[in-house]
Design a protein around this ligand. Structure first.
Ligand SMILES: Nc1ncnc2c1ncn2[C@@H]1O[C@H](COP(=O)(O)OP(=O)(O)OP(=O)(O)O)[C@@H](O)[C@H]1O
Length: 256
């Protein structure tokens, strides 16, 4: 029998006044899976994440995170979620070892000085432990925020465009760390505009637009399934790629 998914989104609807941002979206993330939520600007990805995070109540449908209803943002729900904070959320002047202690306290995870050193070392930040957050490079800041998001051993990590703005080296390093978290039994839901990234790290992806699901499957299976689609062939240059499938299904029009 299939295991319960770590995240189950069923018939999700999110509205802002008269505008429907998410329009009956359903998908689930399996345990140990890296799942990519893909869509053009304004497709509804961030709105979906905000319900999963318990920041917004769904207007319809339901979201279950590791057995907990995200519609009731309880501490049990928050304990199951790892949310990567934006750089601007961290206290820029504080040393990163102190920020680590602070967040461990917020998450209710007792942490010793030695454990802080270990966490920072595992994130490749051993030399930086005494530096204020603002003195870290962009790649170091991303690695640090990923480490903080995982301090309490969440069931699923939510990463909203985790590698935007990183150089190729830092991007690869972050991919390695995302894959390591799967090795440790964790699950990941990430959004990205990089089809290369989706292809490299995601076990399965959902392509959405206008709040609706257009396609779901492994990157390889989506390419195989859609390689004969005239909309995809019309945009392909040579061998059909995931990006061709994405543009074929969502259209060439640039979104605001
Ligand atoms: N707080 C809000 N108030 C009103 N409309 C909103 C709000 N947040 C998002 N929207 C609208 O809802 C739609 C979906 O936006 P959302 O941010 O979820 O998309 P997205 O897929 O995350 O886009 P992007 O890739 O640009 O981050 C858009 O049309 C957006 O303008």
């Amino acid at each position: 029998m299939a295991e319960d998914p770590v995240l189950d989104v069923q018939g999700l609807v999110v509205r802002y006044g008269a505008q429907t941002a998410v329009d009956g979206l359903s998908f689930s993330v399996r345990r140990g899976e890296i799942f990519g939520l893909l869509g053009p600007n304004g497709a509804g990805k961030t709105s979906t994440l905000s319900v999963i995070e318990g920041l917004r109540a769904p207007d319809a449908g339901r979201v279950i995170v590791d057995g907990h209803d995200a519609g009731h943002a309880t501490s049990a729900l928050k304990a199951r979620l790892g949310v990567q904070l934006q750089a601007s959320s961290f206290q820029a002047e504080l040393r990163i070892e102190d920020i680590t202690r602070l967040y461990a306290g917020l998450y209710g995870v007792p942490i010793t000085r030695r454990q802080i050193d270990e966490r920072l070392r595992d994130a490749g930040l051993a030399q930086e432990h005494g530096k204020p957050f603002k003195k870290l490079s962009g790649g170091q800041q991303q690695r640090f925020s990923l480490m903080v998001a995982m301090l309490h051993g969440p069931s699923i990590l939510l990463l909203d465009e985790p590698t935007t703005g990183l150089d190729p080296q830092s991007r690869r390093q972050l991919w390695d760390r995302i894959e390591e978290s799967r090795g440790a039994g964790g699950s990941v839901l990430l959004t990205t505009h990089s089809m290369e990234e989706a292809q490299a790290v995601c076990d399965r992806v959902a392509i959405m637009d206008h709040g609706r699901l257009l396609a779901l499957g492994s990157p390889g299976s989506l390419v195989a399934e859609h390689r004969g689609d005239p909309r995809v062939l019309a945009v392909a240059h040579g061998d059909v790629t995931l990006e061709d499938v994405f543009i074929g299904l969502t259209g060439r029009t640039v979104r605001d």
